[in-house]
Ligand binder design. Structure first.
Ligand SMILES: [Zn+2]
Length: 312
C-alpha cells in the first residue's frame, strides 16, 4: 500500500509533502531559516539565488549582499535560530542536524554551553517536537592548532553528537584533520565531512578512510567511479545530498542528470537535504517533489530515501 508521502508526490501536492515527517541532515544553521518569518520580524525581503552562481565567491557575495550582518550578535543569532526552527515546522522536518562552527567560541557570545543552550532554548520554544542533533563544524581553511583549541570546550561538554568539516575543499589536505577527528571519535561523536562537491571521487574515498567517516556531506563526485561507489555501499556510508545547491553552484547541469540516481542504483545510502534553504529558497519538501517531477526517482524510491533520513 502506498504511503501518504508517495501519494502526496504523485498528486504534486506540496502542502501534503510538507506534512510528512522528513529529516534535514545537511543544513548550515542560520542559512537554513524561513525567509517569510525573517520578513515578518524585520521587514527585510531576502531574494534567493535563482540562477547558477559562477563559483563559491558568487555565493559569498550573495550572502554579503542579502544577509550581511542580519544574524550578527546575540539578537541576530536568536532571530536566525528562530527562523531555522520555523522553517523546520513549515517544511515537516522532524529531525535536523546542525550546530555551531567551533570558531564561535571566539565571538563573545558566551561559553560552549551558552551557545548550546541558546539553540535549545529556541527549539523548545518554537519547535518542541523537532529533534535537534547538535553538531560541531570546522572550516577547512582554519589552522589545525586553532581548531584543536576551539573544539576542546565543546568536546568536554559532552552534548555534541556530530562533527563536520566544510569550506573550501582544496584549502588543506584531508590528513591534516585526522587528529581532530580521532579526538571527536573518542568523545563518541558521529563523523562526517564535506567532500566530493568540488573534489573528485578519490577525494571522497580518501576522506572516508583517513577520517573514518560515517557520513559524507555531498560526495556526489563518487558517482564518477564505480569502485568508490562500491566502497561506499560496502562500508554503509550515507551521503547527505543537496540537489538544488548542486545545481545553483554549477556542480550539476540539470536535475534530470543528478548523480544521486547513479549513487542510489549502486547501493549507496543517500538522503535529500537543503544545504542552505534561505540561500536557495527551497525546503526538503520542494527538493523531494522536484526529484519526483524531474523523473529522477519514483515515489516509492523517494519514500525509501525519506525513511533513510529518519534512521538514527
Ligand atoms: Zn553544506
Amino acid at each position: 500500500m502506498q504511503s501518504l508521502f508517495e501519494r502526496a508526490l504523485e498528486r504534486n501536492d506540496i502542502e501534503a509533502v510538507r506534512r510528512c515527517a522528513k529529516a534535514d541532515l545537511h543544513t548550515h544553521g542560520v542559512l537554513g531559516g524561513d525567509a517569510a518569518y525573517i520578513a515578518s520580524r524585520t521587514g527585510r525581503t531576502i531574494a534567493p539565488v535563482s540562477s547558477p552562481l559562477p563559483s563559491m565567491d558568487g555565493m559569498h557575495a550573495w550572502v554579503g549582499a542579502q544577509i550581511g550582518e542580519l544574524f550578527s550578535g546575540p539578537q541576530g543569532r536568536r532571530l536566525g535560530l528562530e527562523a531555522v526552527f520555523v522553517r523546520a515546522l513549515n517544511d515537516g522536518v522532524s529531525r535536523i542536524v546542525f550546530g555551531d562552527d567551533v570558531w564561535m567560541i571566539t565571538q563573545q557570545q558566551g561559553s560552549a554551553s551558552d551557545l548550546l543552550a541558546s539553540v535549545e532554548e529556541v527549539r523548545a520554544r518554537i519547535a518542541p517536537a523537532v529533534q535537534w542533533v547538535p553538531q560541531l563544524d570546522m572550516s577547512r581553511h582554519c589552522k589545525p592548532e586553532w581548531l584543536e583549541r576551539w573544539i576542546a570546550p565543546f568536546l568536554e561538554l559532552g552534548a555534541y553528537r556530530r562533527l563536520d568539516l566544510s569550506g573550501d575543499e582544496l584549502a588543506q589536505p584531508i590528513e591534516v584533520f585526522r587528529p581532530l577527528y580521532r579526538a571527536a571519535k573518542a568523545h563518541g561523536l558521529g563523523l562526517r565531512a564535506h567532500v566530493g562537491e568540488w573534489g573528485t571521487a578519490d577525494d571522497v574515498w580518501r576522506a572516508v578512510e583517513t577520517l573514518e567517516l560515517d557520513e559524507v556531506q555531498h560526495g556526489i563526485a563518487a558517482a564518477r567511479s564505480p569502485q568508490v561507489m562500491r566502497f561506499l555501499a560496502d562500508q554503509g556510508i550515507r551521503l547527505n545530498v543537496c540537489p538544488t545547491s548542486n545545481l545553483m553552484l554549477g556542480r550539476v547541469a540539470r536535475l534530470e542528470e543528478h548523480p544521486i540516481r547513479a549513487l542510489f542504483d549502486a547501493g549507496v545510502k543517500v538522503t535529500v537535504n537543503t544545504d542552505d534553504a534561505l540561500v536557495f529558497g527551497v525546503g526538503v519538501s520542494e527538493e523531494f517533489l522536484s526529484l519526483y517531477r524531474a523523473g529522477v526517482f519514483t515515489a516509492a524510491e523517494l519514500e525509501v530515501i525519506r525513511l533513510w533520513g529518519l534512521e538514527t
